[in-house]
Design a protein around this ligand. Structure first.
Ligand SMILES: C[N+](C)(C)CCCC[C@H](N)C(=O)O
Length: 288
């Protein structure tokens, strides 16, 4: 099995992740808390109350897990294409796979990465939602002292299954939208690249950026539900399941609830995924 896609996926994912984490924290807060009036209000409050560090809450686990998560996504995507079309990544410019195959490979990658991502994403969301300033002597300590403490408390209180809270919503979110992600990327690259050639860096940046936006716009409704399911269970359990969470969120807040965080998500998605795809393509070319 070709391994360079796995390694390239890991490194490129890590670069994108650091760049996008501050936006991600604002997004998660807007989706799950009602105290903020909008993006700017949320940013100002985080900065005043928690300093710049507040934006980087919950980042260490995603950094540690991105090795697994992004390498599974890109590695499975590329190897599924290899199975479906019998072409390796070196041959794919000359013999481009069909969009159906790209979509199917993206969905497969998305489905498997969601399983690896679920516990890490849960811990990230729980930590991002702690609004206490970090390390202030005298103030009451936050519920979770850090990622390991958070994982251990969830495990103690809710068992192994507790670590997979929201995993269903995450899988439903990522399986089709990772198909959208790769289709948009490939489609845009092909559109702006002469046949048989490699896309230019500018093309890769723009195609990657728009792939991020398109897939995140499609993913936002289930992203909101996912984040809410993950926060559920922290105190008392409110939702019975994914469907119940959808229905009661719409009843209480109207259909607009499905688009909470979509603006900040898109603003984050462009740079993150431009950098992710550029470094991914660059590394693969470097290794031949
Ligand atoms: C499928 N879904 C839209 C959820 C994600 C697509 C982009 C994934 C990327 N690592 C990022 O964090 O932006």
């Amino acid at each position: 099995m070709p391994v360079e896609e796995f390694v390239a996926g890991w490194i490129s994912g890590a670069l994108g992740l650091v760049l996008g984490h501050p936006f991600d924290t604002v997004k998660v807060r807007l989706q799950t808390q009602t105290t903020y009036r909008g993006i700017v209000d949320c940013m100002v409050k985080i900065y005043r109350h928690e300093s710049l560090l507040g934006f980087f809450k919950g980042m260490s686990f995603p950094i540690a897990s991105i090795a697994v998560v992004n390498s599974v996504l890109f590695g499975v995507y590329s190897n599924t294409l290899l199975v479906l079309t019998a072409t390796s990544h070196q041959e794919r410019r000359a013999q481009p796979p069909s969009y159906t195959h790209i979509f199917l490979a993206g969905c497969t990658g998305g489905f498997l990465q969601a399983y690896c991502l679920a516990p890490f994403d849960l811990i990230k969301v729980r930590l991002q939602n702690q609004t206490e300033p970090m390390a202030q002597p005298g103030s009451p300590p936050p519920q979770y002292r850090g990622p390991v403490h958070c994982a251990a408390s969830i495990f103690q209180e809710e068992g192994y299954r507790g670590l997979f809270r929201g995993a269903w919503a995450l899988m439903l979110r990522d399986t089709p939208t990772m198909g959208v992600y790769f289709i948009t990327y490939e489609g845009l690259c092909r559109q702006y690249t002469p046949e048989g050639q490699n896309p230019s860096s500018a093309t890769v940046l723009v195609a990657g950026g728009f792939a991020g936006i398109a897939s995140w716009v499609a993913a936002t409704p289930l992203d909101v539900i996912k984040s809410r399911m993950q926060m559920d269970g922290l105190r008392r359990r409110v939702y019975q399941g994914v469907l119940d969470c959808m229905v009661s969120s719409v009843r209480q807040e109207g259909l607009g609830v499905f688009f909470r965080g979509v603006t900040i998500n898109s603003a984050r998605a462009f740079p993150v995924n431009a950098v992710t795809f550029l470094s991914y393509e660059y590394l693969l070319r470097l290794w031949g």
